[in-house]
Design a protein around this ligand. Structure first.
Ligand code: SF4
Length: 897
């Protein structure tokens, strides 16, 4: 076996190191890199399943123009000519790039350079706008630059970790594992979770504060007032290193003068608030992690500053084990910020509204122009397209038809846009259907470059697979297009190393220590050194020497060199609930899926955990709305409606619902949550308010319900509702319909039949109650089965699904197929809980019962479940509690992200 290739996981902002090995037969093995400082060998369930996602199935392999395959030359020439004529007729601001935290830094750098320095517009924005731009804005206001002060090792050195608006267990699983281990090793370490929902992360929490949605700013303003009142100040730090304290304190004291006010505004008991405040006040080594639950609000920037204020007052920043720590969502959200991927930034953390910075970048690039004004942020960009002002858009490595708020309006805007260019690795996405031009991009495993994770650590992504079709790296596609648009000199790159060197050199150009982002130590890398670049945290002033944490010297990047307290005003969500829309919608991730599922949806083991889009409701809300567990629910808002499956859980707050963000038209009929999400944005950061949309939920009444298991993907025209997911050697469909077919036997044959030599049908039909079941056998294997009934109470799917892995069906199984249950004595393993070892829920329950397994460790010893990535440990613990103690905890961990 050749030496494994060191690369970096393409999913979340933890940025785990991965070892990828390819055997002579082309089989890929993935392991965590024990030497990578982000993960030291660990991987979560998504990272561990990366090898399942590498097939070329569904890939975009060739350039296409208007649905026809073309050579690169033709497609690029055509697109360059189209862009140039739109710019000539309507000006540079009529074009826009919408890019992605999935791009590598080198791709991002070239895209930003083309738009801001050559086309001359700043209309380039990134999907990172949707996940962390409020954290960026808060850091810029407080520190004078988008600087994350902390490092992951601070999590091990802290004695208090407060996780705010972050379901770390599911969204940053390896950091959760590091925190869980640190807590085991250090009896002084306390963990506090602040989240409206009781998520899987609460498994390691000493304290959970289930705040009312959106009230975190009151909590942290209250903490600031409490710290001030009780003299928890670092006066030396305040005097030497900060400004603006008085205004911040005045605002905080006026808003939340005492514990009772804080408790009332946050929906908490006074006792809980006091416990948190006392713990924070008395623990010097204190890290506050914040993520999308803080950022995705129309006042997310202020929320971020309310957290940073508390660290500035206590001087808890820049030293080991302390600081405000923004966890980024995507693998290269930070790399994008470094090169100016946001519409309001220039490259290398320079500012568009600074004339000196503009001149510096223009000179360095030898650019013909430089954008003067801030460009359109994501929501504004699609609004401008809807209004006909944006005539051409180039979308790279992202899927805005699914992921933007008010997604149906975004789809309508794309449909009327004159020129939609999409660079993607996948042929069919909800966005690609609007494309006039499709460029096939290389994907993880095929591409080379760098990414930066949440702790400012730059790591290499390296290629270990051959290219699919004629796919090219994004930087190559952009450079080729730029050359054809007439900007050849600035885009003659041959390798990603050329771009990285230029990027590093720009960061150091006339820097003089005034800008936080500085790669002076890397701007002379040769190709070999770039190839061998070890993970390193910026700033890097000398090769091989990064910077663990920032602000150790109490100096910041504001004009005065002092950090700024921000007076945080009172805020309420942009749209209040009312009689028509009485519930608050919160959207987020589930454990085993990533973004719009283009990669993770290919993995049967990842899809086995949660295979259908759902809404979680509190039992009281469910009862009030006549919704029961497992039924279908229509959820609607002012902006749209979707249909999803009901999950009823006491862990959901009364009055609020949760729906995951991943599902889209490739996996369900209409379940993309962003059709519902309101388009309100934070006025400073432009980040949308994904965490608060008023909705209503009501039963979706179909005339029939059912499911289909089949070895092939199917077009489902007869179903009003469908969702599909991949299983081992099958596709699983959940379906429901309003119009009942006249003849189910005919309909089933129309859906499932393919000509084959030996086709056999087993069928049962009770017309009186509209119940139909059939199985189609082919060559002694189960080829497909369909179960239809008058309601959603249908047999479990797991045993039936397991029959698809049988080479030859046993007679006993064949006899039981239409009952949907195994013969007594046979086992139904149940829904997947441990994705790494494929351990099902029923197996876990049986073993816990039979052997009295009272700890996750005991379960791990017997079944291996939970012993690899550990992502399922909270769920195993909940199963133990439910099975041995009768506690209904399972739902706690099912829905939360
Ligand atoms: S935590 Fe999981 S998804 Fe995130 S980078 Fe690590 S392996 Fe990838």
């Amino acid at each position: 076996m050749p030496q494994p290739i060191k690369t970096t996981c393409p999913y979340c902002g933890v940025g785990c190191g991965v070892l990828a090995s390819v055997d002579p037969a082309g089989e890929v093995t993935i392991k965590g890199d024990p030497e990578h400082p982000a993960n030291f060998g660990r991987l979560c369930s998504k990272g561990a399943a990366l090898a399942d996602t590498l097939s070329t199935e569904g890939r975009l392999l060739y350039p296409e123009v208007e649905g026809t395959a073309h050579s690169w030359d033709n497609a690029l020439d055509y697109t360059a000519q189209q862009l140039n004529s739109i710019i000539a007729e309507h000006g540079p601001n009529a074009v826009a790039f919408y890019v992605s935290g999935q791009l590598l830094t080198e791709d991002y750098y070239v895209a930003n350079k083309l738009m801001k320095g050559f086309i001359g517009s700043a209309n380039i924005d990134t999907n990172s706008r949707l996940c962390m731009s409020s954290a960026v804005a808060a850091q810029k206001r407080a520190f004078g630059a988008d600087s994350v002060p902390c490092a992951y090792e601070d999590l091990e050195q802290a004695e208090l970790i407060t996780l705010v608006g972050s379901n770390t267990a599911w969204c940053h699983p390896v950091l959760y594992q590091r925190i869980a281990k640190a807590r085991k090793n250090n009896s002084n370490l306390r963990v506090i979770v602040i989240d409206p929902r009781k998520t899987a992360t609460c498994d390691i929490a000493d304290l959970h504060l289930p705040v009312s949605p959106g009230s975190d700013n009151y909590l942290f303003n209250g903490l600031l007032a409490y710290l001030d009142k009780n003299h928890y100040r670092d006066q030396t730090f305040i005097d030497n290193s900060t400004e603006g304290l008085d205004a911040a304190l005045t605002a905080a004291h006026a808003q939340v003068p005492d514990l009772l006010t804080v408790a009332t505004k946050c929906g908490l008991s006074q006792d809980l608030v006091e416990q948190f405040f006392q713990l924070f006040a008395s623990t010097v080594r204190s890290v506050t992690v914040f993520s999308q639950g803080i950022n995705q609000w129309s006042y997310g920037t202020d929320k971020g500053n309310s957290i940073i204020n508390c660290h500035l007052l206590t001087g808890r920043i820049g030293q080991p084990g302390m600081g405000p720590f923004s966890f980024t969502g995507q693998p290269n959200a930070m790399g994008g910020r470094e090169v100016g991927g946001l519409a309001n930034q220039l490259a290398a953390h320079m500012n568009l509204n600074d004339a000196q910075h503009r001149a510096l970048v223009k000179t360095f690039w030898q650019a013909p122009v430089i954008a003067k004004d801030e460009g359109l942020k994501a929501v504004e960009m699609f609004d401008a397209m809807a209004a006909g002002q944006i005539k051409a858009i180039w979308i790279m490595a992202t899927n805005p038809a699914v992921s933007m708020p008010n997604a149906d309006k975004v789809r309508a805007a794309l449909a009327k846009c004159d020129l939609v260019i999409v660079s993607d690795c996948m042929r069919e996405t909800d966005t690609s259907r609007y494309a006039h031009v499709l460029f096939p991009a290389r994907t993880w495993g095929e591409r080379d470059g760098t990414v930066t994770n949440s702790e400012r650590r730059i790591s290499r992504q390296r290629a270990f697979l051959p290219t699919s079709g004629v796919a090219q790296p994004d930087w190559w596609i952009i450079s080729q297009l730029a050359q054809r648009m007439g900007y050849g000199d600035g885009f003659s790159y041959e390798e990603p190393a050329d771009i990285f060197k230029e990027h590093a050199a720009l960061s150091a150009y006339n820097n003089n220590g005034e800008r936080d982002f500085n790669l002076a130590g890397l701007n002379e890398l040769d190709a070999t050194e770039y190839e061998q670049l070890a993970p390193v945290q910026w700033p890097v002033m000398e090769q091989g020497q990064g910077t663990v944490r920032l602000f150790a010297d109490g100096k910041f990047f504001t004009p005065s060199g002092k950090a700024q307290f921000i007076a945080v005003a009172e805020h309420a969500p942009a749209n209040a609930v009312d009689e028509a829309y009485p519930l608050v919608l919160n959207s987020g991730r589930v454990r085993d899926q990533w973004h719009t599922m283009t990669r993770t949806g290919k993995s049967a083991r990842l899809s086995g955990h949660i295979y259908e889009p759902f809404v979680t409701l509190h039992p009281q809300d469910a009862m009030q709305n006549d919704i029961v567990e497992g039924s279908l629910v229509k959820v609607s808002s002012q902006w749209g409606e979707i249909i999803v499956r009901a999950r009823v859980s006491a862990e959901q707050q009364i009055g609020s619902v949760f729906i995951p963000m991943h599902w889209n038209d490739q996996y369900a009929s209409k379940s993309y949550v962003d059709a519902l999400v309101n388009p309100a944005v934070d006025p400073i950061s432009g980040q949308p308010e994904f965490k608060h949309t008023p909705v209503r939920a009501e039963p979706y009444q179909a005339n029939w319900y059912g499911f289909l298991l089949t070895r092939r993907r199917l077009p489902l025209k007869t179903a009003s509702y469908w969702s599909c997911s991949r299983g081992e050697q099958l596709w699983r469909y959940e379906i429901a319909g309003e119009a009942t077919p006249d003849n189910w036997a005919e309909t089933a044959r129309g859906l499932l039949c393919q000509t084959a030599d030996k086709v056999e049908w087993i069928e049962y039909h009770d017309r009186a109650v509209n119940r139909y079941r059939a199985a189609r056998m082919e060559n002694d294997q189960l080829e497909s089965c369909i179960f239809i009934g008058p309601d959603y109470a249908l047999p479990e799917r797991d045993w039936l699904a397991s029959l698809f892995t049988e080479k030859e069906l046993q007679e006993q199984d064949r006899r039981n197929i239409l009952s949907g249950k195994p013969a007594s004595g046979q086992h139904d393993v149940g829904r997947t809980v441990c994705a790494c070892f494929g351990v099902g829920k029923n197996v876990l329950i049986d073993k816990i019962q039979q052997h009295g397994l009272a700890t996750a460790e005991a379960v791990g010893e017997m079944l291996r479940a939970g012993t690899n990535c550990g992502s399922c440990v909270p769920e195993i613990k909940a199963l133990i509690a439910e099975t041995l103690n009768g506690q209904d905890k399972l739902n706690v961990v099912m829905e939360n992200a």
